[in-house]
Every structure is written in C-alpha cells, then in structure tokens.
Design a binder for this molecule. Sequence first.
Ligand SMILES: [Zn+2]
Ligand SMILES: [Zn+2]
Length: 489
Amino acid sequence: MSAGFLRPVSWFGLLLLFLYLGGSAPGQISAEKTPVLGVLLLDRDWNWTPRTQEDLSLPAQPGLILDWQDLFKPGVTRNLTIEQKARLLTNPRRLLASRHRAALLRPDRLLLISSDGETTGLQVDLASGARQTLQAPKANPTKAREALIRLALEGEGPEPVPVVANSESRMYHLPGARHLSPRIETRNLPDRSLAEQEGLRPCPICFPETNRLVGQDELERRLAQSAAGMIEDRYRVSHDQEERQRVSSVGERLMESNRFADQGYRFVVLDSDELNAFSVPTGPIYVTSGLLRALETPDELAAILAHELAHAENHHMRRQYDRSQWSGMLGSVLGYATRSFWGRAAGNFLADTFMKGYSRDFELEADRGAVLMTFAAGYRPEDFALTLTKLGELARQLGQGNGPDWFASHPSWEGRVRQVQEMVEKLTPLEDQVKTLEAHGDEELAGFLRRQAPSYLEDPRELHGFLEAYANLDLQPESSPPLPAEPLP
Ligand SMILES: [Zn+2]
Ligand SMILES: [Zn+2]
C-alpha cells in the first residue's frame, strides 16, 4: 500500500484496514502477508540501540526484517518520533513483557542475538510468548548470525511445550508425569510460557535445569538440615489453619513475583508466644504465632518473610559459617568427619549464630533484599520501616539477645529504618509509573518493571522515556467488534 492511497483515509478507516489485514486476507493482499522474522542485535547486557543494530549487515531475504524501524506496525506507532520508537526497543525483554507486543510489532517472531560473539539466540513467538534458545555452530560473529537467522527462518518457530498445572501447589509438570497425584485438580496449558506468566513454577523433576539443589553444596545442605532440626526440636509446629493460610498466601505471592535460585521454599508457623522469624538455606522459612499476632497487615508480614528469604537466597548461614572459627575446624574435615562429630560441631556453630545473630552487613543486605522483594510483589515496602520500628520497641522492652535473627544482636534499629526509608524514597517515582500501567490493565509489563526495579533505581529517566513512548501508542481497544466478512468475488 502506498502513502498516496492512505492519505485520504480517516484514522478509523485505517484501523479497519488493519483489522482486515490482520485477519484472513484474500486475493492480492496476501502478497503483503506478515513477515515471519524480525531480528534485533543486542549488546553484551542484552540492551539494544540503533548503533548495535548497525552491525547487522546481511543480505535481505523474503519474510525477514533487519531494519529496526520496519519492525513496528506503522498505524499503531504513527504518533511516535524515531527516538521514541528506538526507546521502546532499548530493553527488548521489557517490551516483550507487554501484552501489546503482538499489536505493536509486524513480524510473527522476534530473534534476539547478543553481539558479543555469542552463538546463541533467543527466539520469541510474539502471539503466544513461547520462547526457544537457538544455538549456531561456532563461527565468526557474521557467520554465526547468518546461521541463527537461517535456523529461525527454516524452523517452525518456538515449539510450544504443553504442561499440566497443579493449581494447589502452583507448580507445572510435563503431561503424563507419574509423580502427579490423581487426587489433585490439574489444568492443561498449551505452553510453558503461559504457566510462567501466571506465576506458576516449574517442577524440578520434569524440568531438571531448575533443580533446587543447584548452587547449594553439601556443607550448606548439612547446615540447613541441622538448623531445621534444631528449630523444630525447640518449637512446636503450629497446625492452626488460619495462621498457616495467612503465611502461605503472602509467602506464595512473594515467590511468584521474584526470581529465586530455589523455588521450593516452605513456610512454617511455629506455635510459640516468642516473637520471631528465621530461615535456613533454601527453607523452610519459620515465623512464630507470637510474631504473627504483632503484625497488622499483609505488607508487614511480607517484609518479615522477605527478609528471611533474602537471608536464605544470599547464603548467609553458609557465609557466616565460612567466617567463623568452626570453618577452620570443620570445613576441611567434612569429608571424613563422623556424623556425630559433625552434628556436635554444627550444633555449636548454629547455637552461636542463633544467639548472636548474623553479622551486621548480612542483616542490612537482607533488609535491602526484602524491600525489593516486597516491591516486586506489589506490597507496600514502606510498611517495612513501620515493622522495624515496632520490633525495635519490642526489643528494647525484652532486651537484646533473646533468640535467633530478629532479637539477636542486629544492627541498630534506627540504622535499619533509615536504610529502608532511603530505598523506599528511591522507589517512589517508579511506583507511580508502575501504578499508571496497572491502572491501564497492563499488569504483565507492570509486574516486569516491579521485578526489574534495581535496574531503574539509579537512572529513572530511561524508563520515563520508555513509558512516555508507550503511552503515545495508538493501541486498538481490547474488544474491537469483528468486521463483517467481505464476500469473495
Ligand atoms: Zn513434575
Ligand atoms: Zn535477619
């Protein structure tokens, strides 16, 4: 279609034309059918600029878009300047997190290639969101790119991986997995990416690349076992349904909205009037019913659980052990230490840790992690400062050194509150922007930005520019009435 043809057509007419072209277009229009593949060349950090794309000088091929400006549907992006269009692509993963990705881009699929001489590419089906990693044989960058593009063009696109979702555990499995209980209610999903969009986590047995034991060594596993044993010896596990439900619903929301090295955390309520919470590496995460009674909102509970999750994710117990006198005595003998000797020594280390708490820097690191985790899950991180103030007052009443983690010798409560408030202040502009997206129903993109908060804290301008361009898109309403079918000649 030529510009001359389009000029007298009203915007509404153009919209209709788009809907028409998007449907099953008969006759001569099929010559303009959707290009198959768009290619973006990224830098080492998976960011894109018009400059990184310049390295993509390959011969044109039918069905292939190499010029980045041709990637956009002209109607949808007609209100944008070239700079604004470029801004949309700067972080392609951000754009792909938007539910409008298919409405915005012309090709069926997008191939992302990192320009640092890597021979892998990521292919994304824009309609379904299905992803596939492509691997080219080792070659110089130009040859590798050609090979990746050929692989993508010749293939059928990302193969959907059908999965079975367990709505109770919020985990997804391969269909036919024998470890699926027949008692539970399951749902079939046509692709794994849909399960991930819903926040379900992969079963580590069906998808071994997500196995929880990766990254945890034998020593940390044994420490975790001993610590969990000590805690469960000392306290009684609560069977109060209401309390357990309260903790697991907040815990699950934190898990769904954050990336964990280990997706298998369990949350346990301890039946005790003590006010406390603690964790062992890769879980469980423990919280006492006494502390639950002192917490007034889910946001406060989220802060406590997230702090404990951050200890676990950052391997603080293992790192504390490495710094302790026990590591010198035990670290090298783990291989031949008898179980009982190991048990006694580990017990001493853990008793020490429970009494004195983690070191100051670990506590502050766990607080920072907690602020970001609660923000990612849509809780109010500012409530964390309130919780800390509350617990600080309690600690003064009870005296310090009264048990593991929260009432052991932490850094000063005032210092912790200050650190949290500083982070919350930095997050506020981002929160405002994310809320605007949520108000417009684009929760996928909003969720992505929440999880990516650390990358936008230093310089929020880039994100602001992106959102401005995004707001200027002419996106079709979600429920456009279908056009009456044109009778064929
Ligand atoms: Zn499974
Ligand atoms: Zn702590």
